[in-house]
Structures are given as structure tokens and as C-alpha cells.
Write a protein that binds this ligand. Structure first.
Ligand code: 3H9
Length: 756
């Protein structure tokens, strides 16, 4: 082995052992033997197949390179490869020190997340990374870990098992496992407090946010920040420390003494508030606290217990579903990589109201010049001043520099006319939600915009095809439904009209990413995905108060379930006039004689439009805190009595089931009609646009976790009580439940059918 390392400068330590590698290797073997004959096969495969871990030499320094694209995850084969490489470098008398580095864009981005599902389902045995990392730490020769890109989760844990860490100035490190419902499981909760101190370690493991190279250096996680060529710098660093006794993180106990032990309870309190309903953040605190009380090995055992508890819980399955879901929604069947999006170099927004202003900020934030047009000077001034105030607030909170705010404001050109619109690569209309007004605007921009300009409408409910019919180029028209406040909310619903060109869809999806949004593609039908499904959810909340639950009980039950806000609180926030208007729009879809909530219209008639008028379903104080309003309770009681509705006490469970299963049932219809491409598109829409708890995975995933059979049975109960018009089970839900299926399996099946 030594000879091999010296003569070729490179040793293949392992072959990839992921699922993809085996069939490819087999195919390569057959093809190569057919083409070249048997003698050449071995060489060919070695050249053809990527190696996960490579060992090379730079004179007296061994360089171990992890090469597992795209993010160097610790897939099976990687930890074994590193272990073997460290062992060989230790055996080589000419090697004085070792550098461990990642190939490509990053150091190790963590354990291979896809493996967790296989472990939980029993397809793969439970594997511990601990012995592999232990063998790095046990190396007699110093191991210098060189970090660029991100060292996350198992990546940072690997780095901390090395003896030194050098880091590129732009790199970041972190323990983000909690965002997947997990805790660090390879010694992170034990080694990080030894390097960074228990307070910072507990904070990093509880909230999962990465820190910069500078912070890592200041905290003692990194030993040196290296400008310029990282590998050359790391090799030079390794030469300097060669021959010195190696510092082992597990033995560095100094920072575990004399710290404020109250930090753990303080963090627990904070985590209970900000990570409502989640177990992993609390488990992370327990594990870091264990590092301060137990010897290293026992601390690792405690960490492993807590890690396994989290791994097998629904929370991590749900959050992992959301992690991959975020990436899946970007992939649109039929829109291949060959379809190139248009380059958006400049934009124009029509309307400087709440939505238009927020949308313009998105462009400015992404460094894209944007024109904002209004019809009256006063409205334009008001819109621009709101934008300026929004930025100023961010500056005052220290999250933006004044110079950055000035740069962004300079990218926004306010105007009353259409000057410059002919050069814009995209025009987004964000005027009042009325078909006639929108069509008039599209008629005008259709005349002015250049032929390759994407014409987008920011509508939450109107028919894209009808809007597109106002132009002579409906293929350039697409819906871009931003969520309010548009400069804050992550979701962008992209709506495909019947004529929308694939390039235009690709452009809108790519633009979403550039604007730092999560773009989900929806079909053009009443309310698209989000607002279509929210209808029955809100309807049930309103029925429930008429049937006897209080406004507060309904809001509290859904809040306790994990929703960011209760449904009636959301109604008050967005404005009861807005939901009134949408109800009028959707009236034509309603079957006559079907029960409708009675109270919302009465509240609107009484001028109770929600927070903006200081009262809606609740009253609001100056700080917009809700106060129960007896007037509303009386109005509800009177209305219910007059309508002959039997009032009763309603359990929290019934409130949750009625509202959430209404979402699920409508979601299943949306899915079967092809309005949503996959169940996961609904989940991501709800998590990022409607405050659905990510740790429940979205409504469709939540239904899977309950079991579709049980969900169906409950919906059939409601159907018996409230009639088929409101509660007939969606045929898809019924079919899947009867077949013992799930929405996740349905997505998988559809995905593989599309791939065939
Ligand atoms: C962990 O480490 C537990 C440990 O304590 C050990 C326990 C024993 N695995 O995001 P991108 C895929 S838990 C598998 O678009 P970017 C991703 O799905 C882990 N796959 O790129 C995508 O695939 P596709 C802790 C992964 O540049 C592709 O890579 N670590 C993983 O915008 C590109 O990803 C984390 O939580 C992975 N670990 O962002 C880090 N990571 O192309 C999770 C990515 O098929 N990862 N993929 O859609 C990230 O935060 C971002 O991916 C990263 C790059 C910042 C690294």
C-alpha cells in the first residue's frame, strides 16, 4: 500500500457503496468488457467510477480528499474510506501529518440524510459514526481538517475529531440536525462544548443555525482562517504541527468548568417558546448538558440514546420530508434542464400597494433593478415610503447596513408612466384583485413589453387564462402568487395557464429561487393550491363557532396543534373583507342549498374587518393583542339560534380533526385533479405559506402519519353528521385508504412513472 501511495500518488481506498453506484458499476463492467475486452476492464472502471475518498501525498503530508458529490455527505463508504486512509497514512513512515479536505464546492454537509429513512424502515442496520471519528482522533499523526463551503452536522463532527481545523474565510459550520428533528449523533454534543464552551454549543445544537468562519475562529472551533489556496495553506499548517503532541478534542475539558449552569434552563424556556411542540431542541440541550456532567464516553452514550429516540420519532420523519420536499417542488415534470429560463436582468411591478411594494423589495434584495408604477403620485409616495420604512426597521434591528439599504433603494425606480417597461425582462402586475382591472392592465402591458418579456400576474384567486386572454401572447403569461408580506414570506405559488410556455414556467421557478423563495407550481383552478384548500379549513372553523365552540377555543386548538396562528386569528389578520370578497368570487362554484357559515358576512356588515379596524372575530388592543369580545359571542349565539343550529360543547380534538381533515380532503381532490403535482407540493405550500407546523410535515404527510384508514373513517363520521356536500371523502383518499396506501407512496409511484 505504501508503495502504491508513493508510486501513483493516489490510492483508491474504496468504491462507492451507494445504491446508484452498483448498477452503474455493473453496466460499466459489461459495456467496457464488450468494447475493450477483459484485460482493460479493471483499469477502465477505476478511471470511470468516482472514488469516495482519495489518499494522495504532498511530500511528507498525506492528503485525504472526500469526493462524494454534490455535498460530500457521509454516505456508506465515506467514513470507512476516511478511516482506512488515516490508518494507511499512519502506517506510511514518510508521512508526518495528514490533511482532510472535501473536493468540489464544500466540506462534508453531514450524514447522508437519505440513509435515515432506510434505517428507520429496517432496510439498513443502525450505524454509528462514532468509531470512525474516534479513529481519526486516535491518529498518532496530526490530522488537520481543511473546511470550505459548509461543515454541517456530521461534517462538523468529523472536523472536530481532527486535531486542528483550518477554515476558508467564506466557510460556515453548524449543527443543523435539529432542523431535521434530530440532534448531533456523532459526538457533536460532546465535542462542541469542549471547543466552543457549553453555552454556545447548546445554542448551536438547539437552534441549528450555522456560524461564520470568523465566529468559529473566535470561539475556538477553528484554529486558523486561511486566505487563498486552502489546500496549500492546510498542508503548510500540517507541516508546522507535525511531530508535536496531538491535541484531542475529547480530552479538552477546560471549557466544561466554571460556566453558568443556568444556561440550560434558560435555553429550554426559549426553545419551548420558539420551537413549540418539538422534541429535538430539548433533546439537544439534554445532550449538551450531559457533556458537562458525564465523562466523554458516557456522554456519547447519552447522546446516542437521545439521537435514536429522535430518529425514530415522527418529528424527524416529517422534517426530513420537508427538507427533501423543498427540493422536490423545484423539479417540474416535463420541464427538463434543457429548457432554459430567460435571464431576468430587470423587472417592473405595476402597483405600489402592500403586495407591489413587497414584490419590488424582493427584486431589490436580489440586486435586480425594478421599476414600480402607480397611477397617482400620492399612492406612489405612500408605497415607496412603506418600502423605505420596512428597510429602515431592518437597519435599526442591525440586520441590514445603511449602505445596503441605500443600494437597494437605488435599485427601485418609482414612476407614474410606462417608461422603461419595454426593456423589462419581467413585468409583474400587482393591482387590485378584480378581473376587469387586471385585464385592462394586461392589455396595456401586452402592447408595451418586449416579446420575450414574462408577463406575470400576482393574483391569489383569479383565472390566469382569462387574464392572459387580454394579451396577444398568452404563452408569456404566468401567475406569480406572492404571500403577504411579500418581502418576508417564503412561498411563491407559480400558476401555469393553459398556454403558458415551458420556458416561462422555468423562468418563474428559477426567479423564485433567485428571490430566495420556495416556488411551488400550481394548476390554474379556483384558488390554485393554497387558497383552494384553505376554504374548507376556514369554513369548518366558522361552523365550529356556530355549533358551540368559542372563537378562542377554535384558535387555541389549532395553535396548540402547531399552526402559527388560529384560523379565525388569521382571518382577522388578512381582513374579513378579503375573505368576504373571495367568497363572492367563489360563489359560482357553490352548489345551491349547501350550508355556508353565517357569521362572517354579519361581521363584515358590522364593520368588523379584523385587525385593521381594531375588531373582527376578536377585539384588538393598541399592540394588536386579541381580546375576547362578548359582542361577537352574542352575535354567534343569536345567529345560531335563529338558524336552528344545535349548540354543544366541542372537544379540542374535534376542532383539530374538523379543520385539518377538511384541508386533507380538499388537498386530495386538488391532487387528483392535477392542480397540485404531488402531495408534497401541498405540504410545502402549507408549511411555507400557511403556517402549518413543519414538524408535522404538511397536511398530507400528517394524514399519512395518522394512517389514511383512520383519516377516512373520521371523514366518513363527519359525512354522516354534516352531509356529503361538505364531507364526501375525496375519491383518491378513499382509494389510497382502502389499498393501505399513503400520499408519500402515491408521490413515489407517480415520480417513478414519470421517470419511465
Ligand atoms: C447529520 O449529519 C447527523 C449527524 O449528527 C450524524 C448522525 C449519525 N444528505 O441543498 P442543495 C442533497 S444530519 C443527502 O440543493 P445547496 C440535496 O437533497 C445532516 N443529500 O444545495 C440536493 O439533492 P438534489 C446534517 C443531501 O448548495 C443536493 O444535495 N446536515 C444532503 O443549496 C444539493 O443540495 C444538514 O442538515 C445530505 N446531508 O445547499 C445539511 N445535503 O439535487 C443539509 C444536501 O437531488 N444540507 N443533499 O435535490 C444543506 O443544508 C444544503 O444542502 C447545503 C447545500 C447548505 C449543504
Amino acid at each position: 500500500m505504501q508503495c502504491a501511495a508513493r508510486s501513483s500518488g493516489r490510492v483508491m481506498l474504496n468504491e462507492p457503496r451507494n445504491d446508484f453506484a452498483r448498477p452503474v458499476r455493473k453496466l460499466a463492467t459489461i459495456t467496457a468488457s464488450l468494447i475493450f475486452g477483459h484485460a482493460t476492464v479493471y483499469t477502465y472502471i477505476r478511471g470511470f467510477m468516482p472514488q469516495l475518498v482519495k489518499l494522495t501525498r504532498d511530500h511528507d503530508v498525506a492528503v485525504i480528499t472526500i469526493d462524494n458529490p454534490p455535498v460530500n455527505a457521509m454516505s456508506p463508504g465515506v467514513p470507512e474510506g476516511i478511516q482506512t486512509a488515516v490508518q494507511r497514512a499512519n502506517e506510511d513512515p514518510d508521512v508526518k501529518a495528514i490533511v482532510l479536505i472535501g473536493a468540489g464546492r464544500t466540506f462534508i454537509a453531514g450524514a447522508d440524510i437519505r440513509e435515515f429513512g432506510k434505517i428507520v424502515s429496517g432496510e439498513r442496520p443502525r450505524l454509528s459514526l462514532l468509531p470512525y471519528l474516534r479513529s481519526i482522533e486516535d491518529s498518532q499523526k496530526p490530522v488537520v481538517v481543511a473546511i470550505h463551503g459548509t461543515a454541517l452536522g456530521g461534517g462538523l463532527e468529523t472536523a472536530m475529531s481532527g486535531h486542528y481545523r483550518v477554515i476558508a474565510p467564506t466557510a460556515q459550520v453548524g449543527q443543523p440536525e435539529v432542523k431535521l428533528g434530530l440532534i448531533p449523533g456523532a459526538g457533536g454534543t460532546q465535542r462542541l462544548p469542549r471547543l466552543a464552551g457549553p453555552a454556545k454549543a447548546a445554542e448551536m445544537c438547539t437552534f441549528g443555525d450555522p456560524i461564520t468562519a470568523k465566529e468559529a475562529h473566535d470561539l475556538g472551533i477553528a484554529d486558523s482562517i486561511l486566505e487563498g489556496d486552502l489546500l496549500a495553506g492546510a498542508v503548510a499548517f500540517a507541516r508546522r504541527v507535525a511531530g508535536e503532541p496531538v491535541p484531542r478534542t475529547r480530552e479538552r475539558n477546560a471549557k466544561l468548568q466554571n460556566f453558568d449552569t443556568r444556561i440550560f434552563d434558560q435555553l429550554r424556556e426559549l426553545a419551548r417558546k420558539t420551537k413549540r411542540g418539538q422534541r429535538a431542541p430539548l433533546a439537544a440541550i439534554d445532550a449538551v448538558e450531559a457533556a458537562t456532567k458525564l465523562p466523554f464516553e458516557e456522554g456519547c452514550q447519552r447522546e446516542a440514546e437521545l439521537f435514536n429516540e429522535c430518529l425514530f420519532a415522527t418529528e424527524s420523519k416529517a422534517l426530513i420530508h420537508v427538507f427533501f420536499g423543498e427540493r422536490t417542488v423545484a423539479k417540474v415534470p416535463g420541464i427538463s434542464k434543457e429548457i432554459k429560463p430567460f435571464d431576468i436582468k430587470s423587472a417592473a411591478v405595476i402597483g405600489a400597494g402592500t403586495m407591489g411594494g413587497g414584490i419590488a423589495m424582493n427584486f431589490a434584495n436580489a440586486g435586480i433593478p425594478v421599476r414600480v408604477k402607480e397611477t397617482a403620485q400620492e399612492a406612489l409616495d405612500r408605497g415607496i415610503s412603506t418600502i423605505r420604512n420596512n428597510y429602515a426597521t431592518t437597519v435599526s434591528k442591525g440586520r441590514l447596513k445603511q449602505a445596503e439599504m441605500d443600494q437597494r433603494m437605488a435599485l427601485i425606480t418609482p414612476q407614474l408612466g410606462y417608461e422603461g417597461f419595454a426593456e423589462a425582462d419581467i413585468v409583474i402586475e400587482a393591482v387590485f384583485e378584480k378581473m376587469l382591472v387586471k385585464k385592462q392592465v394586461f392589455l396595456e402591458i401586452g402592447r408595451i413589453a418586449k416579446p420575450t418579456c414574462v408577463l406575470a400576474t400576482n393574483t391569489s384567486s383569479l383565472d390566469i387564462d382569462e387574464i392572459a386572454s387580454a394579451t396577444s401572447r398568452p404563452h408569456m403569461v404566468v401567475g406569480t402568487h406572492f404571500f403577504s408580506p411579500a418581502n418576508v414570506m417564503k412561498l411563491l405559488e407559480v400558476v401555469r395557464g393553459k398556454a403558458t410556455a415551458p420556458e416561462v414556467i422555468a423562468t418563474a421557478m428559477a426567479l423564485g429561487k433567485r428571490l430566495n423563495k420556495i416556488a411551488v407550481l400550481a394548476g390554474n383552478a379556483r384558488g390554485f393550491i393554497g387558497n383552494r384548500i384553505i376554504g374548507p379549513y376556514l369554513r369548518e372553523a366558522q361552523f365550529l363557532v356556530e355549533e358551540g365552540a368559542s372563537v378562542e377555543e377554535v384558535n387555541q386548538a389549532l395553535y396548540d396543534f402547531g399552526m402559527a396562528m388560529g384560523p379565525l386569528a388569521v382571518d382577522d389578520l388578512t381582513g374579513l373583507d378579503v375573505s368576504y370578497y373571495i367568497r363572492q368570487e367563489f360563489k359560482r362554484f357553490e352548489k345551491p342549498g349547501v350550508r355556508q357559515p353565517l357569521v362572517p358576512d354579519l361581521l363584515v356588515q358590522a364593520g368588523r374587518l379584523g385587525q385593521k379596524t381594531g375588531k373582527g372575530w376578536s377585539k384588538y388592543d393598541q399592540n394588536r393583542r386579541p381580546i375576547p369580545d362578548p359582542e361577537v359571542a352574542q352575535l354567534i349565539e343569536k345567529t345560531a339560534r335563529e338558524a336552528g343550529i344545535q349548540r354543544r360543547s366541542i372537544s379540542q380534538q374535534e376542532i383539530v380533526d374538523r379543520c385539518i381533515y377538511a384541508l386533507v380532503n380538499e388537498g386530495a381532490k386538488t391532487l387528483e385533479e392535477g392542480i397540485a403535482l404531488r402531495a408534497v407540493d401541498i405540504d410545502i405550500t402549507y408549511v411555507y405559506g400557511y403556517g402549518f407546523p413543519a414538524w408535522r410535515g404538511g397536511p398530507m404527510f400528517y394524514a399519512d402519519t395518522i394512517g389514511l384508514k383512520d383519516v377516512l373513517a373520521r371523514i366518513q363520521d363527519f359525512e354522516r353528521q354534516h352531509g356529503p356536500d361538505l364531507w364526501a371523502p375525496a375519491p383518491l383518499l378513499k382509494r389510497l385508504a382502502e389499498q393501505g396506501g399513503s400520499f408519500e407512496a402515491y408521490d413515489r409511484q407517480k415520480g417513478s412513472a414519470a421517470a419511465d
